[in-house]
Write a protein that binds this ligand. Structure first.
Ligand SMILES: *Cc1c(COP(=O)(O)O)cnc(C)c1O
Length: 230
C-alpha cells in the first residue's frame, strides 16, 4: 500500500469515528474541525494530506514546523495550528507561519506572539491552554486563571479563539473535558466570540466530542505511530 493509500484509510477511519461520536452526542460533524498533527513526520506527508482534502495541520515543535512551512506552496495549502508548548523566545518564529496557536499559557507568551504577529503582518488566533491537573507537565494555566489570561489575549491584538487542553495521562478524560467545558463557559461570558474548544486526540476524541469539543488534534490515528524525525 502506498503512503497516500495508508493515510487515506486512516483518515476515513477517523472521520467515521467523528461521525459516530457526533451521532451519539446529537451534534453535526461540521461543528467539529479535525486538525491533523504531523509532528515527527516529513513534510511530504503534509502534501499528501492536503491532496486528500485535509485543511488543518498541527505541529508541536517550532524548529521542525518552521522548516516544513518554509515551503510557501505547502504553507498556502493548509491552515497551520501550533499545538506544542511554547517558549516566548520562539513566539516570533511561530507567528511567522502559524494561523492558530493552541498553547498560550502565560502573559509573556501573549505579548511575544502579539508582537510577532504584528511584525509579520499576519492575523493570529490564540487559544488559552488550561491545565486540567495531575501535574502533567504539559503546560497550561490553572483553570482559576484562565479568564484573566483570556482577557490579556483579547487586549493584545490577537484574536481570542477559545480554550484548549490535553487530558491528563491518567484519569477520566470525560471528567477533564467536562471541566474544560466549564472553563470555556466562564471565558465566553466575557468573550462571547471565543467559542473554540480544542480537546481530544487519537485516544479520546469520542469523549471530547461528547463534551463539546470544536477542534480535535489527531496525530497517531492518522499518521501511524511516531517515527523519529527523518
Ligand atoms: C502530538 C499531539 C497531539 C496528537 O496526539 P495523538 O495521540 O498522536 O493523536 C495532540 N495534541 C498535542 C498538544 C500534541 O502534542
Amino acid at each position: 500500500m502506498s503512503r497516500r493509500e495508508e493515510l487515506r484509510h486512516h483518515l476515513d477511519a477517523v472521520r467515521e469515528r467523528i461521525a459516530a461520536a457526533c451521532a451519539v452526542a446529537g451534534r453535526r460533524p461540521e461543528e467539529v474541525t479535525l486538525v491533523t498533527v504531523t509532528k515527527n513526520f516529513p513534510g511530504s506527508d503534509i502534501d499528501l494530506l492536503a491532496d486528500l482534502g485535509v485543511t488543518a495541520i498541527g505541529e508541536s515543535k517550532d524548529q521542525e514546523a518552521a522548516a516544513k512551512f518554509s515551503d510557501e506552496g505547502r504553507r498556502a495549502r493548509v491552515e497551520v495550528h501550533f499545538v506544542g508548548q511554547l517558549q516566548s523566545n520562539k513566539a516570533d518564529s511561530v507567528a511567522g507561519y502559524a494561523d492558530v496557536v493552541h498553547s498560550v499559557d502565560r502573559p509573556k507568551v501573549v505579548g511575544a506572539l502579539a508582537k510577532g504577529a504584528a511584525r509579520a503582518g499576519r492575523p493570529l488566533t490564540a487559544l488559552v491552554q488550561v491545565d486540567l491537573g495531575e501535574a502533567t507537565g504539559r503546560g497550561g494555566v490553572d483553570p482559576s486563571r484562565a479568564v484573566d489570561l483570556a482577557d490579556e489575549v483579547a487586549a493584545s491584538g490577537l484574536a481570542l479563539g477559545g480554550v484548549m487542553a490535553v487530558a491528563p495521562l491518567h484519569g477520566d478524560p470525560a471528567r477533564a473535558f467536562g471541566r474544560l467545558r466549564e472553563v470555556s463557559e466562564d471565558v465566553r461570558r466575557r468573550h462571547p466570540e471565543a467559542i473554540w474548544v480544542s480537546a481530544g486526540m487519537s485516544g479520546d476524541l469520542e469523549a471530547a466530542i461528547l463534551h463539546g469539543a470544536t477542534h480535535l488534534r489527531v496525530g497517531s490515528a492518522i499518521l501511524g505511530s511516531r517515527p523519529p524525525l527523518r
